[in-house]
Ligand binder design. Structure first.
Ligand SMILES: NC(=O)c1ccc[n+]([C@@H]2O[C@H](COP(=O)([O-])OP(=O)(O)OC[C@H]3O[C@@H](n4cnc5c(N)ncnc54)[C@H](OP(=O)(O)O)[C@@H]3O)[C@@H](O)[C@H]2O)c1
Length: 316
């Protein structure tokens, strides 16, 4: 009897915790997007796919920028069906290849007259190298998006008011950027263990915030604004490359403590749609509100240095 009372108590507490703390706030913007075009990178699954569905429901023309043709085309059918919109297009983009980023941008600029919102959502949690020899998490999570944004910036300016939304993570809190190491090794730090993977992931997510900080400065005087964000802890496929044991442990914790992809897309939607946040350009958001961050994530010198080294790496 005592055990049953304890179990019931535990589940009630878990439910209350989930409803009040885990679920988080929702985007309250009623903005409609008819006639507007949005790109969402990594939108064949997880937060990106849900974000694409929500934006298509609001009338946007949504470009699913995904690396796998097969997964991208399957997602295209799902996004069309779930949003009830036909204004959804798949275009191939592999952020682990600067050539692919350039050919995506060329194709997009040739075929699509507008760009109103660019959502740099794709992310990877895996040690490896990109096709150009950069660390995989640096290359995909930061460098590919850096190049993509720069190649699309003129179109965003022409279509202003427009926005760039960079999906970062609270994992940036344990990140650092060692520029000497980056310069020599084209990666964020050495290591191949499980712990190293999470540390390098944190470094790459710090890059997302520094990039947004510098981008906002460079966009002053234009009608383009930009934001970085933490979506919360979300049940997605992000852990898919970890060992079975790690996945088993994490999945069981996640069931209680993590948000659904729909809940996890709310801060992205807030940054993309909320009216009146333009004066917060360059800031970091979490739970649908601007948040204060550590000095290392709003360091002017580091942001400028990251911008310059990224330009050099991309050859722009
Ligand atoms: N889930 C969380 O708890 C959490 C927390 C904080 C921040 N985030 C951030 O949220 C974003 C979305 O992650 P998620 O949780 O939705 O993960 P996910 O389910 O694993 O989705 C990641 C997406 O990125 C794509 N991607 C990976 N490598 C790519 C590449 N080389 N080129 C193009 N696309 C690529 C994936 O495509 P494939 O399916 O083809 O691999 C997939 O569509 C990421 O930036 C992540 O860092 C997530």
């Amino acid at each position: 009897m005592y055990t049953i009372v304890l179990l019931v108590g535990f589940f009630i507490a878990a439910y209350i915790f989930h409803e009040t703390t885990v679920k988080g706030k929702s985007c309250t913007s009623k903005a409609k997007l008819h006639g507007k075009t949005v790109i969402v990178t990594g939108s064949n699954t997880g937060i990106g796919k849900t974000t694409a569905i929500e934006l298509a429901k609001r009338g946007a023309r949504v470009i699913l920028a995904c690396r796998s043709k097969q997964r991208g085309e399957a997602a295209l059918q799902d996004v069309k069906r779930e949003s009830g919109s036909n204004q959804v297009v798949f275009m191939q983009l592999d952020l682990a290849s600067l050539k692919s980023v350039r050919s995506f941008a060329e194709n997009f600029l040739k075929t699509e007259p507008r760009l109103d919102i660019l959502i740099n959502n794709a992310g990877v949690l895996l040690i490896g190298r990109t096709k150009d020899g950069f660390g995989l998490m640096f290359g995909v999570n930061h460098l590919g998006h850096f190049l993509l944004t720069n190649l699309l910036l003129d179109r965003l300016k022409e279509c202003g008011p427009s926005r760039v939304v960079n999906v970062s993570s609270a994992a940036h809190n344990w990140g650092t950027v060692d520029f000497d190491y980056l310069n020599t090794h084209r990666d964020l730090r050495v290591g191949t263990t499980w712990l190293d993977t999470f540390r390098i992931y944190g470094d790459s997510k710090l890059c997302n915030i520094l990039f947004t900080h510098e981008l906002a400065k460079r966009l002053k005087g234009t009608k383009v604004t930009c934001y970085s964000l933490h979506p919360g802890s979300i049940l997605t496929e992000l852990q898919r490359n970890q060992s079975t044991t790690v996945q088993l442990i994490l999945k069981n914790i996640e069931r209680f403590l993590f948000k659904t992809p729909l809940q996890g897309s709310q801060t992205t939607l807030h940054c993309a749609l909320q009216e009146g946040i333009e004066h917060l350009s360059g800031r970091y958001f979490s739970n649908c509100a601007a948040k204060n961050i550590f000095a290392k994530a709003r360091d002017d010198a580091a942001s400028k240095k990251l911008w310059e080294i990224s330009e050099r790496f991309c050859g722009i």
